[in-house]
Design a protein around this ligand. Structure first.
Ligand code: MD6
Ligand code: FE
Length: 221
């Protein structure tokens, strides 16, 4: 190697290159995409959670979800004994869900664009909190009014193994490891694919501690 070239790179900072991995015809993992947004994202998250704290909800089958959730935006995803649905109000406070912070909307839109969805206008952001052991069973997202818009799912904190399946529950799933800052976008022909999250393993994240936080953006109304 030319010694001059070597010197030039010897003390360079390693740069986190965002990478785009295709996991379906219209589905991508955008590696590290959220990292440059974190300093704006985390304070905005605290503001949302101060108004609408995390809580564990009951499924229609009567089970308490292992994942705790909150929402921001016009519509929030909820579940209770009578079913899954989107509501304008937080059932715990009766107030409308906190507005979606601009930085949330901008990040979701930028990620969707990077995955080929140029016009994403989310009206809902579900915020999930996973502690070690918490999981999300395989399911399809079918509570939205229309399926034209993609889903944008941001992972922060502890790693997760995301399951990305087919169009029937029994279809084989791909296992996609997700790290802090990764974003999965799926839509179009892949919009109704089954997906889930394996139980989160014990661990400590330097920025977020013993938890995984997930933002799931959708156009629900
Ligand atoms: C995740 N969450 O937390 C994925 N879908 O990484 C979901 O896929 C999901 O939390 C529908 C309803 C609630 C959810
Ligand atoms: Fe889902």
């Amino acid at each position: 190697m030319n010694p001059t070239t070597f010197d030039l790179f010897a003390d360079a900072e390693p740069v986190q290159q965002p990478r785009r991995e295709q996991i379906g015809e219209q589905s991508y993992v955008l590696r590290s995409f959220a990292l440059p947004w974190l300093d704006r994202l985390l304070p905005a998250l605290e503001t949302v959670l101060a108004a609408a704290p995390f809580r564990q909800m009951i499924t229609p089958g009567g089970f308490t979800m292992s994942v705790a959730l909150s929402n921001c935006g016009t519509l929030g995803w909820t579940t209770d004994r009578s079913g899954y649905r989107y509501t304008r109000n937080d059932p715990q406070t009766g107030l409308t869900w906190p507005r979606m912070p601009d930085v949330f909307f901008e990040l979701a839109q930028a990620a969707a664009r990077e995955a080929g969805f140029a016009t994403f206008t989310p009206d809902s952001c579900l915020i999930n909190r996973y502690v070690p052991g918490a999981k999300m069973s395989l399911h399809q997202d079918k509570d939205e009014n229309a399926y034209a818009a993609p889903i944008v799912s941001v992972s922060l904190g502890l790693p997760a193994m995301f399951l990305f399946g087919g169009f029937e529950r029994s279809n084989k799933s791909q296992r996609v490891p997700l790290l802090h800052g990764d974003i999965v976008v799926w839509g179009g022909v892949d919009r109704l694919r089954y997906h889930g999250v394996l139980p989160i393993k014990e661990g400590q994240h330097s920025r977020l501690g013993e938890q995984r936080i997930n933002f799931t953006f959708r156009t629900a109304g």
